[in-house]
Design a protein around this ligand. Structure first.
Ligand SMILES: *Cc1c(COP(=O)(O)O)cnc(C)c1O
Ligand SMILES: [Zn+2]
Length: 422
């Protein structure tokens, strides 16, 4: 067991033992990084011990995780992760790129990237025998927690803003969580959840507060790494030398900054283990109306100044991002950058991805919108291999999707009527 050796504050660097703290740094409120015994992992495992595993879920990375997979039959919790990557050749042509792939996180059990975090947090909750897990959520984190909790019979309580899209609220209710809608913003729900968890002794999953969410999200990076090894092999066969291309550039949409921090953490883990030669570039994309992290990045500071967030992309609508510092570093330390996009650009991207057979919610399409902008501005070169994440399914927000298309005509059930509209 215990490759999980403790925590380290991302701000002041103070180290804590596993039993010493639960959420953020008691000194300065900084996000805590989970520390693992990389030397022990390195001694015990060769990377092929991982890549040859037959477990096609995020639990194939259990040796690199600070929790154990809950025992029992395959449930949605056991099946989170291992999402597909595929090429987008026509969009690549349109953008003048040679290599463009999409990793489709809408294929997760509750249809968003958040399942990765919630699977790990629920596993942790079971280990510490928490009776109740609670989270604040714009919708997806809650849906993911409710889904994973339902899968193993764990009690879950979700606080969401009352403006959350109905499909997400339906998921929360169907998964049997106790759902409390807050007459306020996501940030209001966040603060209330922290207070309630302190008052009632609930285990709090809040994004950018509970250190285990990043450990789930880093599995996205591990999967990209495994896929990249295979993609390299293909290039080899086509007589294209392994290192004769720029590093992979990854586009991630950013709200609280926890996904981008998780992707960064995953690649840092791999670097520590000596299993990758270098870091990919990580580019964060925010909505113009919710750009606190992008603002800090471009002002060259780690001080995150809150905004009054307004965007159609509800999953990334955040006044005060809770994982802003690490999110700034994820781009800065990987030679990446931050890009902001308008709601119009996001809506246009929903339509463009749809033309490729991918249905993304607004926050899911935001990464692609950022790429479209980056190719125009030169932030990404034509030879750069690029991977965009679709972080959530379009079925979660049908009202937003309908803004990306023209509504269908309604006709009399006659052939004449068909001829008229063709
Ligand atoms: C939560 C979420 C994001 C952003 O993740 P953060 O950790 O808040 O930056 C992006 N897309 C979707 C669909 C999400 O649910
Ligand atoms: Zn600290």
């Amino acid at each position: 067991m215990s490759k999980f050796t403790g925590y380290r504050c991302s701000i002041c660097g103070t180290e804590y033992l596993p039993g010493q703290v639960t959420y953020t740094c008691p000194k300065d409120g900084g996000n805590l990084d989970i520390e693992m015994d990389y030397e022990a992992i390195k001694k015990k495992y060769h990377y092929e011990d991982i890549t040859s595993r037959r477990d096609f879920s995020l639990w194939r990375y259990e040796p690199l995780l600070p929790v154990s997979e809950p025992k029992g039959e395959a449930t949605p919790l056991h099946l989170a992760g291992w999402t597909p990557v595929f090429k987008l050749p026509r969009l690549a042509d349109q953008l003048g790129l040679k290599h463009l792939w999409l990793k489709d996180e809408s294929r997760n059990p509750s249809a968003s990237f958040k399942d990765r975090a919630s699977a790990i947090v629920v596993a942790r909750a079971q280990e510490i025998k928490a009776e109740v897990v609670v989270t604040a959520s714009t919708g997806n984190a809650g849906a993911a927690l409710a889904c994973m909790a339902a899968a193993v019979g764990q009690k879950a309580i979700i606080f969401a803003p009352k403006s959350a899209p109905p499909a997400k609220v339906a998921q929360l209710l169907i998964f049997g969580a106790k759902v409390i809608l807050v007459d306020g913003t996501y940030d209001d729900a966040f603060d209330l959840t922290v207070k309630a968890s302190q008052e009632f002794g609930w285990y709090c999953r809040n994004t950018g507060y509970n250190p285990f969410t990043v450990e789930g999200k880093k599995t996205g990076a591990f999967e990209i790494w495994e896929w990249w090894i295979e993609a390299h092999r293909d290039w080899h066969q086509k007589d294209s030398p392994l290192d004769d291309h720029p590093p992979l550039t990854i586009f991630v949409s950013v709200g609280d900054g926890n996904i981008i921090s998780g992707i960064h953490k995953g690649f840092k883990d791999l670097l520590h283990l000596g299993w990758i030669p270098n870091m990919p570039r990580i580019i964060g994309v925010q909505a113009e109306g919710s750009a606190a992290i992008a603002n800090a990045f471009h002002a060259n500071t780690e001080v995150i100044t809150p905004v009054s967030a307004v965007t159609i992309a509800d999953s990334i609508s955040v006044d005060l991002p809770r994982d802003g510092v690490r999110a700034v570093r994820a781009a800065r330390d990987t030679n990446g950058t931050y890009i902001t996009v308008s709601d119009d650009e996001i809506i246009k991207s929903i339509a463009e991805l749809g033309q490729m057979g991918v249905f993304a919610e607004p926050a899911g399409a935001t990464a692609y919108a950022g790429l479209a902008k980056a190719t125009g501005s030169g932030a990404v070169g034509n030879d750069d291999p690029v991977l965009v994440l679709n972080t959530g399914s379009g079925l979660k927000d049908v009202r937003a999707a309908m803004q990306a298309v023209q509504s269908a005509p309604i006709i009399e059930p006659t052939l004449e009527a068909v001829k008229k509209i063709l």
